[in-house]
Design a protein around this ligand. Structure first.
Ligand SMILES: [Zn+2]
Length: 273
């Protein structure tokens, strides 16, 4: 239960994920640590065996006298302090005949382990943490500024030329017209409903879901925009009629009326005779 906070706190979960996402890289760095310690244990035992000591303990049991014990000693005391001098090896002053060799031995260990390898680990964790924060920020931005159902971005929606006159804005569209929970509920409803009782529309949607086809969902469109678009098209079609053609049709109708009236007179005259 104490560790549940790792799931509750976003920052702590990012820390854990930055480690778990970089497990492979961290394992390779650990491998480098192991190789480094093995090499220094081998060389240390070969050239500086008399310097190895467990702190102030300089009794007969002090130090290490095999590659394995030197490996363990450096791993246990040398790595945490990133140094061999003082932690694993007794200090050597400049009167010691091995002084220069000790300087090189100690400094190379410090530079390789203390400066490079540990900073690689820090860099991996910081990079992982940073990329997680960036992806989280991108996800939040996507949730705020893009409709999950139709893919309309806030800018594209607000610039759409076919928005209805009483449009309530992108937030309303995203949270009400295209509430993704409603789509999720509908999918669950279809899943649970007897397939023999599905209506025509439900059968169509269910078949598309089975095929993992999302064409049944709107794409950069909505019912309100669709109605507005259709009404605009109808208005444009009405206004597109040629006035001269209308005038000609009117003249034709008048001519037809005259012909009919003349015909009626002929028929009436025929009946009277
Ligand atoms: Zn939408």
């Amino acid at each position: 239960m104490l560790l549940d906070v790792l799931n509750i706190s976003k920052t702590l979960s990012f820390i854990i994920r930055s480690i778990s996402d970089n497990t492979s890289s961290l394992c390779w760095v650990f491998y480098l640590f192991t190789c480094t310690v093995a090499i220094y244990a081998q060389f240390g035992l070969r050239y500086f065996e008399e310097f190895f000591a467990y702190g102030d303990d300089d009794s007969l049991r002090a130090g290490c006298h095999s590659t394995l014990s030197c490996f363990i000693l450096i791993f246990y005391h040398g790595l945490p302090s990133s140094s061999l001098d003082g932690a694993v090896l007794n200090p050597a002053d400049n009167t010691n005949p091995h002084y220069i060799q000790r300087v090189i031995f100690d400094l190379t260990f410090f530079i390789w382990v203390g400066l490079i390898l540990f900073n690689i680990i820090t860099g991996l964790l910081v990079d992982g943490f940073g990329s997680l924060r960036e992806s989280d920020a991108a996800r939040i931005d996507l949730q705020k500024n893009e409709c999950f159902v139709c893919g309309f971005t806030r800018t594209d929606y607000e610039d759409s030329p076919n928005l209805p006159d009483n449009d309530k804005g992108f937030e309303y569209h995203k949270d009400n017209e295209h509430d993704y929970w409603q789509y999720a509920y509908f999918c669950i409803y279809l899943n649970r409903k007897s397939k023999d009782d599905l209506t025509g529309v439900e059968s169509y949607v269910w078949s598309m879901i089975q095929k993992k086809n999302t064409e049944w969902t709107p794409t950069r469109n909505s019912l309100a925009i669709q109605i507005k678009t259709e009404s605009k098209v109808a208005d444009e079609a009405d206004s597109a009629i040629d006035p001269e053609a209308l005038e000609k049709i009117g003249r034709d109708v008048k001519d037809l009326k005259k012909s009919f009236s003349a015909l009626e007179k002929v028929i009436a005259h025929g009946k009277s005779t």
